[in-house]
Design a protein around this ligand. Structure first.
Ligand SMILES: Nc1ncnc2c1ncn2[C@@H]1O[C@H](COP(=O)(O)OP(=O)(O)OP(=O)(O)O)[C@@H](O)[C@H]1O
Length: 264
């Protein structure tokens, strides 16, 4: 790809509608190197955004630039797909495949050179901590392990842009801790965008936060800035913010303010 490869992902005027339901409304966003947390309540538009960035859904309107290329063109889309890794919210897999077979199958779909596949598969599985289960059948794994295989298949081509839709769903606290370290490591060479409902994941692993609400961008900043907003809101400045820690309080404060603004 071009020398502009480091530029991650950018969307301008991105609108997505599912039949008549608006999911994203003229959103402008750019994502450079680092770990970007995508937060927002149910139905905010997180999955719709990730699906467009992963090129599995087409926008209703707007432009999408991935790794320096406008992906409206077929060739640019094909090139971008080779440099992408994507963990969908629900990913299909064959229960009879072993972990090794499944991840190798995805490597083949990504058109990786055949000679590089066996080593790449072992590296990806090792990175998600499942080396000891590499020859286990998918149907023998727990939900959290299957989620980790999902991350391994997204990582197998060492993507420049890694898109993860709720990767920590079903992981236990120790696995989540290890997963955050993996995200930080991957982001030294790539742009990582990760959607989650776990606000504390964002505080622990992300360099930037984007909060979506009802298809619009409600907030962008660093986790520290979001936490500071939670701490600033005290009685007399409106309702007491909900949340067990500063970043959760920041999250609820921003959402309330955004909804008030939208009603005006
Ligand atoms: N296939 C679909 N058909 C119809 N409406 C859809 C479809 N997918 C999403 N929507 C609607 O689009 C809006 C955005 O949904 P989306 O799944 O992008 O949100 P989300 O932020 O990922 O939500 P969650 O946190 O629940 O996963 C919602 O109103 C949702 O009901």
């Amino acid at each position: 790809m071009s020398s502009d490869e480091g530029s991650g992902a950018r969307v301008a005027g991105l609108t997505v509608r599912h039949r008549r339901t608006p999911a994203l409304d003229a959103v402008d966003l750019d994502f450079g190197p680092g770990v970007h947390g995508l937060l927002g309540p149910n139905g905010a538009g997180k999955t719709s955004l990730l699906r467009v960035l992963a090129t599995v859904a087409a926008p209703t309107a707007g432009t999408v630039t991935l790794l320096g290329h406008d992906i409206a063109g077929h060739r640019a889309r094909t090139l971008a797909r080779r440099r992408l890794g994507y963990l969908p919210q629900e990913f299909g897999h064959y229960p009879g495949f072993t972990v090794r077979e499944f991840v190798a199958y995805v490597a083949w779909l990504k058109e990786m050179p055949a000679a590089s596949v066996p080593g790449a598969v072992e590296r990806a599985v090792e990175r998600v901590g499942l080396a000891d289960r590499i020859d286990a059948k998918m149907k023998s794994l727990s939900g959290g392990m299957i989620r980790r295989v999902g991350t391994a298949q997204a990582l197998v081509n060492e993507p420049s842009l890694l898109l993860l839709d709720e990767p920590t769903a079903g992981l236990d606290p120790e696995q989540r801790f290890e997963f955050r370290a993996l995200l930080r490591e991957v982001s030294t060479a790539s742009t990582v965008i990760v959607s989650t409902h776990l606000v504390e994941d964002v505080a622990a692993a992300c360099t930037a936060v984007t909060l979506l609400d009802a298809g619009r961008v409600a907030y962008r900043g660093t986790p520290d800035e979001l936490s500071a907003l939670g701490d600033e809101s005290r009685p007399g400045r409106g309702a007491e913010p909900l949340g067990d820690n500063p970043v959760e309080r920041g999250y609820t404060t921003v959402l309330r303010a955004h909804r008030l603004e939208a009603r005006r």
